[in-house]
Design a protein around this ligand. Structure first.
Ligand code: PLP
Length: 399
């Protein structure tokens, strides 16, 4: 007799990653021979730049095959601190390697930060829609994620005033992500400065996920580091996955006050230990050959911008349903005209079954009237996929 599995209290409310679930479904359909266009994945389709791949191969030959320090190799921690210091305003105290933890992807850095800063009884404000894992990581830390719905007339962004309204005496922090997954919105310098000021007054932790910082189209995106807020409650998270086309290498990092850094190292030491040695050497090459990396990123940005413009064009009239995509590589579309309880999920299901295009339902980001389509795929597929999205969307418009 097999006994029923009852999940522990730790994960009783945990949901699987909806974005990864869409990717798995699209992959399964493709494997079964269906010509699915996958606009679900949030992954650049470029190869990791050759100079980074070569540095990794050389590192393996030179013996980078063993454990490293949990927090990462010293040279990489220093390169990360130097990378962050380039953003600081003049006169700001520079980061040192002691404030850096290298992790197996920025996802792990975010998890480490949530575990280190939040616990039972703590409320954390999550501008919504947000990347699906913030809500679940806070749940794993047994804290309470408090979604704060963004303004549809301002690219679904939140303001300091909106955050203040959702705060209670139990509020301990706020998650920031600009450029934003899933909306592609980018916060202005002023919007960020207002939020940082409020957080500082309230002594909230600010976890700023800047994984898409380099991917902005209209103007450069602002890092919270440029605004030189008090840094005693600030944790900045970044990584090589998106800007350097290095998703599979799994390298992310945190910049945080030294005491918090020590706590995050402790969390990591009991979970995954060090990120893969070879990947750390690849990331070191990416961060220390600044000119070569900048040239590679600039080349990818030309392609991303061309696709961004092309998918907006392919949307035609349906463009009015989209948040203006100013950064990252996502289009967020209001499909509420599709009707029902969960229009985004119904739309995504019909789009996949009848038109062979995979997108992520907005319910994954707590906004069921929307869908997210990624254009991190070839020009041809992004344009054709978006054309089918527009077709389905306009066919359901009230006449
Ligand atoms: N943060 C956001 C907003 C993301 O969209 C993603 C990946 O999709 C991550 C973090 C995780 O990135 P990494 O591959 O570095 O773990």
């Amino acid at each position: 007799m097999s006994r029923k599995f009852i999940p522990s209290a730790n994960i009783a409310n945990l949901k699987e990653s909806a974005t990864l679930a869409v990717a798995a479904k699209a992959r399964a359909l493709k494997a079964a021979g269906q010509p699915v266009i996958d606009l679900g994945a949030g992954e650049p389709d470029f190869d990791t730049p050759a100079f980074i791949r070569k540095a990794a191969a050389d590192a393996v030959e030179a013996g980078a095959t063993r454990y490293t320090a949990t927090e990462g190799i010293p040279a990489l921690r220093e390169a990360i601190a130097a990378d962050a210091n380039r953003l600081l305003p003049e006169g700001a105290e520079p980061f040192t390697a002691a404030q850096v933890v290298v992790s197996s992807g920025s996802k792990q850095s975010l998890f480490n930060a949530c575990m280190a800063c939040f616990g039972p009884g703590d409320e954390v404000l999550v501008p919504t829609p947000s990347w699906t894992s913030y809500y679940e990581m806070l749940e794993l830390a047994r804290a309470t994620a408090v979604p704060v719905l963004g303004d549809p007339n301002n690219s679904l962004k939140v303001t300091a005033a909106m955050l203040a309204e959702s705060a209670t005496p139990r509020t301990r922090g706020v998650m920031l992500n600009s450029p934003c997954n899933p909306t592609g919105a980018v916060y202005t310098r002023e919007e960020l400065a207002d939020i940082l000021k409020l957080a500082d007054e309230q002594a909230w932790w600010v976890l700023s996920d800047e994984i898409y910082l380099r991917i902005a189209y209209d103007e450069p995106a602002t890092s919270v580091l440029q605004l030189a807020p008090a840094r005693d409650r600030l944790i900045v998270i970044n990584g090589v996955a998106k800007a350097y086309a290095m998703t599979g290498w799994r390298i992310g990092w945190s910049l945080a006050p030294t005491a918090v850094t020590r706590a995050m190292i402790a969390v990591q030491s009991h979970t995954t230990s060090n990120p893969a040695a070879v990947s750390q050497h690849a990331a070191l090459a990416a961060l220390s050959h600044v000119e070569q990396a900048d040239a590679a990123i600039a080349e990818m940005m030309v392609a991303f911008k061309r696709r961004r413009d092309a998918v907006l064009n392919a949307l035609g009239e349906a463009r009015k349903y989209a948040v203006h995509p100013a950064g990252a590589f996502y289009l967020y579309l209001d499909v509420s005209s599709y009707g029902g309880d969960n229009p985004g999920a119904r739309f995504a299901e019909d789009l996949l079954e009848k038109h062979q295009v995979a997108v992520v339902p907005g319910s994954a980001f707590l906004t069921p009237n929307w869908i997210r389509a990624s254009y991190a795929t070839s020009d041809e597929l992004a344009i054709e996929g978006m054309r089918r999205v527009a077709q389905l969307l306009t066919s359901t418009e009230p006449s």
